[in-house]
Design a protein around this ligand. Structure first.
Ligand code: FES
Ligand SMILES: [Fe+2]
Length: 314
C-alpha cells in the first residue's frame, strides 16, 4: 500500500473539492482512498476497494445514516471501515467483523485533506505557523503535472535554476550574475522536520527555502517579507503529481474572491518550471547516473532521505 511514499503525512486534495457528503475518490501515491462524511459530519477515509469483490466504494452512495454503501452488493461500512450490514445474508456481529475495509488516518488542515500513507500513526503532520489556523481559511491552487513527485520536490528546493528557467520573471536578478561568473554560497541547516537552506549571492538579495519531509517547500521572499508560499508535490501515480500552492487568507478575506482572482491570473512562474520538469524522465536517480555540484546541496540531501525513507523501506 502506498509504496511510492509509505508511512508519511501528505496533503491530498483541497477541501473545496470535497463539498457535500461524497463519496470522493482520491488517487494518492499509487493507491486510492475513498473520502466521505460519516454520521458526525467528519471526513472519513478508507481504502477505495470493497473487501468483498474489490468494487470501488467511491462509486457507491453515502446513506442518510452516514454509512457508505458499496455499489455492487450493497454492503454498508461506517467511518471506521467496520461492516455494518450485508444484504441478503443473516450474519452475526462476529462474522461481519471480518469484513471490514482498511481505514486510513486523515485530518483537515491548511485548506487540504491530509492522509497518513500507512495503517496507523500516533503522529500528526508537522506544520509551521504559516499553515496553522482554521483549515477553511486557506487558498489552495492545484495543477497536475506529468512527472514523478520527486522531480517536482527537487524543482522547488533548487535555487540555481532561477537564473535560467525564471530569467524573465523572478530570476531576472540572478541571470546577469550567473552569466558573469558570480558564485552562490548555500548553507543547509538540518532540523527535526527537514532542513533550512539559505543562500547568499554576491550580485543580489539572498533567499531562504525550507524543506519539510516528505513533500513541502516553503519559500521566503526576501529577508524582511513575512509572506511565505507553501508548495506541495503530491504523488498521484508514478507519472502524475499534484502541485499545490497554499496560502493563508488575510483576515476577513473571502475564499471565493481569491479563487476568482487566482484563476484570472494563473501562475506563469510555475508554468516555467513545469515545461522543464515534465521533460525530465522518471523519478530522480539515486544510482550516481546524475552528477552534482555544490549548488545541489538541497537536492543531494533530499535524495539521501528519499533513498533511506522510501526506496530502502520498500
Ligand atoms: S463488491 Fe462490495 S458488496 Fe460486493
Ligand atoms: Fe522554479
Amino acid at each position: 500500500m502506498f509504496d511510492m511514499l509509505p508511512n508519511q503525512w501528505t496533503p491530498t486534495v483541497p477541501l473545496i473539492e470535497l463539498a457535500g457528503n461524497g463519496p470522493f475518490r482520491i488517487e494518492i501515491a499509487g493507491d486510492a482512498v475513498v473520502a466521505f462524511r460519516g454520521p458526525n459530519g467528519q471526513i472519513a477515509t478508507l481504502i477505495d476497494r470493497c473487501p468483498h469483490r474489490s468494487a470501488r466504494l467511491s462509486n457507491g452512495t453515502v446513506q442518510p445514516d452516514g454509512l457508505l454503501r458499496c455499489p455492487y452488493h450493497g454492503w454498508r461500512f461506517d467511518d471506521r471501515g467496520d461492516c455494518k450490514q450485508v444484504p441478503l445474508n443473516d450474519l452475526g456481529e462476529e462474522q461481519r467483523q471480518r469484513l471490514c475495509v482498511t481505514r486510513v488516518p486523515s485530518i483537515e488542515l491548511a485548506g487540504c485533506l491530509w492522509i497518513y500513507t500507512g495503517l496507523d500513526t500516533d503522529t500528526t503532520p508537522h506544520l509551521p505557523a504559516s499553515l496553522d489556523g482554521d483549515p477553511t481559511q486557506f487558498h489552495v491552487a492545484t495543477e497536475t503535472w506529468q512527472t514523478h513527485w520527486t522531480r517536482a520536490v527537487e524543482n522547488f528546493i533548487d535555487f540555481s535554476h532561477l537564473a535560467y528557467v525564471h530569467e524573465k520573471t523572478i530570476g531576472g536578478f540572478m541571470h546577469q550574475g550567473a552569466e558573469n561568473d558570480a558564485v552562490v554560497s548555500s548553507r543547509i541547516d538540518a532540523t527535526d522536520w527537514g532542513f533550512i537552506n539559505t543562500h547568499s549571492f554576491s550580485e543580489g538579495p539572498g533567499f531562504r527555502l525550507d524543506w519539510y519531509r516528505p513533500n513541502r517547500t516553503t519559500l521566503h521572499f526576501g529577508p524582511t517579507d513575512e509572506s511565505k508560499l507553501n508548495i506541495f508535490s503530491v504523488p498521484i501515480s508514478e507519472e502524475l503529481t499534484r502541485v499545490m500552492t497554499c496560502r493563508q487568507l488575510p483576515e476577513g478575506a473571502e475564499l471565493s474572491e481569491w479563487q476568482k482572482a487566482h484563476e484570472a491570473a494563473g501562475n506563469p512562474v510555475l508554468g516555467e518550471d513545469r515545461v522543464i520538469v515534465e521533460a525530465q524522465t522518471g523519478a530522480i536517480r539515486t544510482d550516481g547516473s546524475e552528477v552534482s555540484v555544490p549548488t545541489d546541496g538541497p537536492t543531494v540531501a533530499f535524495r539521501r532521505w528519499y533513498r533511506e525513507a522510501v526506496l530502502d523501506a520498500a
